[in-house]
Design a protein around this ligand. Structure first.
Ligand code: BTN
Length: 235
């Protein structure tokens, strides 16, 4: 299959798949990443999966709540596999182990006016891949972290279970616990670290949280600034 996200979108355009429909493959040949990038996945080594949701209870302006929910589900799976490793969520939705990326998420929403009509949540998790050609920055996998292979047929249903649990939490309006969990596991939360602005300027800042639009709030020299995805780079 070229891309599970493309497959799910094609399905949505020609039919009405049930909520919770999952497209999963062990061989994705043209995986799509964030901001038009590619997602590398060696055949039979990794999880590539897209889940379809209809979160019409959410306003479009609250999209970040869905991002938190999906990120936490992937975090839950990875943390379950790596209980003693420093697993975290790098804003907005990368899953990290220490300073290395183990999973990426591509959420594509279709909107009707101010509501979310449908969502394709695409998830790529590096499981048994040992070497990487392209995926920046610093890819890792469950195999590289633990020194052993992890069975894909066991992990896929576990991931679906975490997705369902977190989605039901969102649907039940448990926004505060979701945000609390997200911040608790946020990469570099409350730590002084180096960042770069779009204009190339570097600065030191401390991540304070997320604003209501899902932007990253960083304290810089005593002031709090909010950044969009394209406005800040992590060092
Ligand atoms: C990122 O750039 O970090 C996002 C990567 C998302 C990859 C997943 S793999 C399953 C799904 N299908 C795709 O084509 N992309 C996502």
């Amino acid at each position: 299959m070229d891309s599970t996200n493309s497959y799910a979108q094609a399905l949505l355009s020609k039919s009405n798949p049930s909520e919770g429909t999952v497209i999963s493959t062990y061989c994705q040949t043209a995986g799509r990443g964030q901001i038009g990038s590619r997602w590398e996945s060696e055949p039979d080594k990794n999880i590539s999966l897209s889940a379809i949701f209809y979160p019409n209870f959410l306003e479009a302006r609250d999209q970040f709540q869905l991002n938190q929910c999906i990120s936490l589900a992937v975090f839950d799976l990875v943390k379950n596999c790596l209980p003693d490793h420093p697993v975290s969520i790098k804003w907005p939705n990368d899953i990290y182990v220490g300073g290395r990326k183990i999973a990426g998420i591509l959420i594509q929403n279709s909107l009707i006016n101010t509501q979310i009509r449908s969502t394709v949540a695409g998830i790529g998790i590096n499981v048994n891949q040992a070497t990487f050609l392209t995926n920046p920055p610093n890819p890792t996998s469950l195999l590289l972290e633990t020194g052993r292979e992890h069975p894909l047929p066991d992990l896929v249903p576990q991931l679906c279970g975490h997705l369902e649990a977190r989605y039901l939490q969102l649907k039940a309006g448990k926004i505060v616990p979701l945000q609390h969990d997200y911040l608790r596991h946020l990469y570099r939360f409350g730590q002084l670290a180096s960042y770069r602005r779009t204009n190339g300027q570097t600065f030191q800042g401390i991540i304070q949280g997320i604003d209501e639009m899902g932007r990253l709030k960083v304290e810089v020299g005593g002031n709090v600034e909010c950044f969009d995805l394209k406005e800040i780079r992590f060092f």
